[in-house]
Design a protein around this ligand. Structure first.
Ligand SMILES: NC(=O)c1ccc[n+]([C@@H]2O[C@H](COP(=O)([O-])OP(=O)(O)OC[C@H]3O[C@@H](n4cnc5c(N)ncnc54)[C@H](OP(=O)(O)O)[C@@H]3O)[C@@H](O)[C@H]2O)c1
Length: 345
């Protein structure tokens, strides 16, 4: 093991579109664990739309990052040294250990209650599945579709951001439950992947659809029962127009609005809220972090889907932690398929 490591620390808060100067690359010593502590080596770092929210000066659902802090980020890591009785060298964890090559953490903090999960990778599943299909975005799709959306056979389902990490999983989970599934994605290539490779019933290329509400109506002559929304903004409005009476809107996120996080004037104001009343809709947001204690049951079920081929994933992999900051804007330009992930080691 080396004595020094690299990390990205907060240089200044983000305003509007990312400039690529928000983070600073630093070299620092690899720390030694004290009693009760665990040293974790980062193997894979996920790049998530919420990174932009966390980089904002505006308070969000997690403690505010300070200038000089290591950038918050979700990693799959391996224990390199442990002075905690519950962890041994070689254990795998999924946790928010930050944009750094090694993280020193209290072993007691590595629990579902603190947003961390210890797992044993299945020998027949590649480790990179645990940052996408079997990682936070896969669990988000599971919780959103099954627990919040109460998906059932015969449902007419619309998914936005459908060729992103969460959307791709949400589509497949709904399809496997017997629903008819149409995604929304940017570009003919992404739409083709969704229909021909992943077997969905249709795809709307929003970049080629000047009137999105009309395009949705064309795909759903009998209306939409469940809308799984990753994008928010005008897409949410277009979906609201097409919902059936008693429909469910599962709010996973609103990526179209994150670059304006904290700027109330620039945020899109949803117009069709009266549809919630007139169509007796249920719109519910959720955070997957609140469901981590259920993962012991969810993960084996999802691993089985990966093994039998009913849950497929694609990652877009960036090599090297040093390239993480430059890769972050790709989340918002759509220049990736599935989970955008950095291979750190
Ligand atoms: N609730 C939770 O606990 C939870 C957990 C994880 C993630 N999330 C949310 O889930 C959503 C997706 O996250 P992810 O990790 O799956 O991200 P992702 O892999 O980057 O996928 C997001 C997709 O959204 C599309 N997109 C980006 N900007 C857009 C815009 N302005 N208009 C329309 N489409 C746009 C992108 O592709 P194209 O534009 O090319 O189609 C991209 O494929 C985010 O809102 C995130 O915050 C929620």
């Amino acid at each position: 093991m080396t004595d020094t490591q690299h990390a990205w620390i907060i240089n200044h808060y983000a305003e509007g579109e990312l400039k690529g100067t928000e983070l600073e690359w630093v070299e620092r010593p690899v720390p030694e664990p004290a009693e009760g502590e665990v040293l974790v080596k980062t193997l894979l770092l996920t790049l998530d739309p919420s990174n932009r929210v966390w980089l904002s000066e505006e308070e969000d659902y997690l403690p505010q990052l300070q200038i000089g802090d290591v950038m918050r980020g979700l990693v799959v890591g391996r224990v390199e040294a442990s002075r905690h009785p519950g962890f041994a060298v070689g254990d795998h964890v999924f946790a928010a250990l930050g944009w750094q090559e090694y993280a020193l953490v209290q072993g007691d903090e590595l629990s579902p209650a603190k947003g961390a999960v210890r797992f044993t990778p299945h020998p027949d599943i590649p480790l990179d599945a645990y940052v996408s299909a079997l990682g936070l975005t896969g669990w988000t799709a599971y919780v959103g579709m099954k627990l919040i959306g109460q998906i059932k056979a015969g449902d007419q389902v619309l998914v936005s951001g459908a060729v992103g990490a969460t959307g791709m999983m949400a589509c497949q989970i709904a399809r496997a439950a017997g629903a008819r599934v149409v995604g929304i994605a940017g570009g003919a290539g992404k739409c083709e992947l969704l229909v021909t490779e992943l077997g969905m019933d249709g795809c709307i290329d929003y970049k080629a659809s000047p009137d999105l509400a009309e395009a949705i109506a064309g795909q759903f002559p009998d209306g939409v029962d469940v809308f799984f929304d990753n994008v928010g903004g005008p897409m949410l409005d277009a979906a609201l127009e097409n919902m059936n009476i008693g429909g469910r809107l599962v709010i996973s996120g609103a990526i179209s609005q994150y670059q304006n996080y904290g700027d109330r004037e620039a945020l899109y104001g949803v117009k069709n809220t009266f549809m919630l009343a007139s169509k007796r809709l249920r719109m519910e947001g959720f955070l997957v972090l609140d469901y981590l204690d259920r993962l012991e049951k969810i993960l084996p079920e999802m691993e089985q889907w990966c093994l039998d081929g009913s849950l497929r994933y694609q990652n877009t992999e960036v090599q090297g932690l040093e390239n993480a900051q430059d890769a972050l804007p790709r989340l918002f330009s759509g220049d990736h398929v599935g989970k955008l992930v950095v291979r750190v080691a």
